[in-house]
Structures are given as structure tokens and as C-alpha cells.
Design a protein around this ligand. Structure first.
Ligand SMILES: [Zn+2]
Length: 183
């Protein structure tokens, strides 16, 4: 068999496997939809595409810079969630996370990042705070337990345990001054 025929055969095999993969994914999405009432991977795929088309349209009309992505608090919460999942993955691989974060303050961080980082680690980052004692975070879940009150700083930075979160939630049960909601 010539190398050209070999290459054609390989292409066909790859195409066939990709078709099978697409078929399995479609059937899986249909089964998940049956089980949960909807399929989150399917919704995500559709929304991503819809967003892509809308973003292109907005760019065509020069509107991109005028459109807020999400509220600052929602974006901060989403970014914090991402930080937590990355820290969980990194914590056992890289013992120098703190050093790298501190070094970043020298080069391209916002003003006062260094002191903010120390405060952030001490009060809102049990994953990095506990690394020296336990090697891993005390919270084995993939994210912290967050407050439901979107005016509370703990809406962005959760707690290490659901117990701590539930105890904290009591502070929102009775009317409190706005300032004291930021614990
Ligand atoms: Zn709260």
C-alpha cells in the first residue's frame, strides 16, 4: 500500500471515530436531558454559540466597549471560584505559589496588591493559608461555601465549611446596618 493510500485510510478512520464521538455526545446529551429535564453541556454549547454571534454583531457596530460583561460582584465571584479551583489543582504541584503571587506584585499587579494579598490569604483563602500545615486545603470540595447575600463580601469569598457559612448566614437573618454586612 502506498503512503498516499495509507494517509487516506487514516483520514477515513479518524473521520469515522470523530463521527462516532459526536454521536455518543449527542446521545449522552439527550439522556442527560431526560434525566435532569435539561442538558447543561448542551445549553452551554448553544449559549456559547449564541454569545459568539452576538459579540461579533456588537463588535461590528462598535458597541463592545459599552457593554458591561456582568456586574462587578458577579464577575468577582466567578473569578474567585476559578482561583479556588486552580489553587486546588496547583497546591500539590507547586510549593511556590505564594512566592509567584508575591513576585507578581513587583511587575504588573494593581497598586497595593502585595498588602491586599496578605490580607486576602489570611481571611479569605484557606487553601493557600493552610498549605504549610496540611499540604492540602481543609475543604475537600472544589469550591468554598459562599454566602447567598450578594451585598456581602462572603458572597465572593466563601467559607471553608458549610457550618461556618450557615453560622455566618444568621448575621443576615436580622436587619443589620449595611457596613456590618461586609464581614
Ligand atoms: Zn454574608
Amino acid at each position: 500500500m502506498s503512503s498516499v493510500e495509507n494517509s487516506v485510510e487514516l483520514d477515513l478512520d479518524i473521520r469515522q471515530l470523530l463521527d462516532q464521538q459526536a454521536d455518543v455526545q449527542a446521545r449522552l446529551a439527550a439522556l442527560l436531558a431526560k434525566q435532569h429535564g435539561f442538558s447543561s453541556p448542551l445549553e452551554l454549547g448553544m449559549i456559547r454559540h449564541k454569545l459568539h454571534v452576538l459579540e461579533s454583531l456588537a463588535a461590528q457596530y462598535g458597541l463592545s466597549s459599552y457593554i458591561p460583561v456582568i456586574s462587578a460582584v458577579e464577575e468577582a465571584r466567578a473569578l474567585q471560584h476559578r482561583c479556588e479551583t486552580i489553587e486546588m489543582a496547583l497546591i500539590q504541584q507547586d510549593p511556590n505559589i505564594m512566592h509567584t503571587l508575591r513576585q507578581s506584585a513587583v511587575r504588573h499587579a494593581p497598586p497595593n496588591f502585595f498588602s491586599w494579598l496578605d490580607h486576602n490569604i489570611e481571611f479569605y483563602d484557606p487553601i493557600l493559608r493552610n498549605r504549610g500545615f496540611r499540604g492540602v486545603a481543609t475543604n475537600t470540595a472544589s469550591e468554598s461555601y459562599k454566602c447567598w447575600n450578594e451585598r456581602c463580601l462572603r458572597y465572593i469569598y466563601g467559607f471553608d465549611t458549610s457550618y461556618e457559612r450557615d453560622e455566618h448566614m444568621r448575621s443576615h437573618a436580622s436587619p443589620v446596618k449595611r457596613d456590618s454586612a461586609y464581614l
